[in-house]
Design a protein around this ligand. Structure first.
Ligand code: MF3
Ligand code: CO
Ligand code: CO
Length: 276
């Protein structure tokens, strides 16, 4: 089969939230690990002067070399393997000839498909030395994701996740983007439930063991409003303030949550400005 055949053959989104068993956990561990390893591989390449399309080439070769497929390539017409979103780009930045420069912060988001399972993860990278306010935004965003993940356990709700993220992020005088959300993930790339990164405790679907979804908050230093550029993909902050994002794919277990996209090397949160 060609890549296009495989992509066309994927199971589709359903309104019911799927519950997966041990086979699903095994599949997601493998897919999530490869996605995390792809982001690990990119770390030394994220340097001043590199073009974002070079980083995309490296990611695509890595994914294909490991027997996986890049899920974003040709997805709804998206032309690349990864999304690279620097500075005031919120998400879905399309790799191209633009060069990263010293002081940029950038998110790289990759989704791989292996044995039909989707591993979807993104993280922030600092390009050279980064300003204290940019670093603070990255730290707040990572901590916001961790607070959201910590709310996951059977009996909790999707709203509990959003509430935990929003409460923390706003306490740090940052804002949570409303227009994009996390999503069910598994054999379908974007499935139910929608995982909003803001909301109220107790609202939304009740979490059950075997549910798989992403949590992927986008956080702005300024206001939360965004707009999509004429390319139909690139989302930017309306007030041109800096934006950051981290994403994990995870599964609800009997007792809490399992992260499928943790970095085996412990590099999910890439050190910025030489922090330990
Ligand atoms: N990986 C993104 C997510 O977290 C989706 C990107 S879709 C694309 O859901 F088409 F823009 F690649
Ligand atoms: Co996602
Ligand atoms: Co993603």
């Amino acid at each position: 089969m060609t890549t296009t055949d495989v992509l066309d053959d994927r199971p589709t989104r359903t309104s019911a939230i799927k519950l997966y068993g041990e086979e699903g956990f095994e599949g997601m561990r493998k897919a999530g690990r490869l996605a995390a390893e792809c982001l690990d591989m990119l770390i030394p390449h994220v340097q001043p002067g590199v073009t974002t399309e070079h980083l995309d080439d490296l990611a695509r070769e890595f994914v294909l070399d490991h027997g996986a497929l890049p899920a974003c390539l040709f997805y709804r017409g998206y032309p690349k393997t990864v999304c690279i979103s620097q500075n005031h780009i919120v998400c879905h930045g399309i790799p191209g000839p633009k060069r990263l420069v010293e002081g940029d912060i950038c998110n790289i988001d990759v989704t791989v498909i292996i044995d039909g399972w989707h591993g979807d993860t993104s993280r922030m990278y600092g390009v050279g030395e980064v300003s204290p306010r940019a670093k603070r935004l990255v730290d707040v965003t990572h901590e916001g994701l961790m607070k959201g993940l910590a709310a996951i356990k059977p009996g909790a709700t999707v709203g509990d996740i959003g509430h935990a993220i929003q409460t923390y992020v706003e306490s740090q005088r940052c804002s949570v983007v409303r227009d994009f959300c996390g999503h069910g993930v598994g054999q379908v790339f974007h499935d139910n439930p929608n995982v909003l990164h803001f909301g109220r405790k107790g609202e939304g679907a009740v979490l059950r063991p075997g549910m798989f979804f992403t949590v992927e908050p986008m956080v702005n230093l300024g206001k939360y409003q965004v707009k999509v550029l004429n390319d139909g993909w690139t989302a930017v902050t309306r007030d041109k303030s800096l934006s950051a994002q981290f994403e994990h794919s995870c599964g609800v277990t009997e007792t809490g949550v399992e992260l499928f996209t943790a970095s085996p090397a412990g590099l999910f949160k890439v050190p910025i400005n030489g922090e330990v």
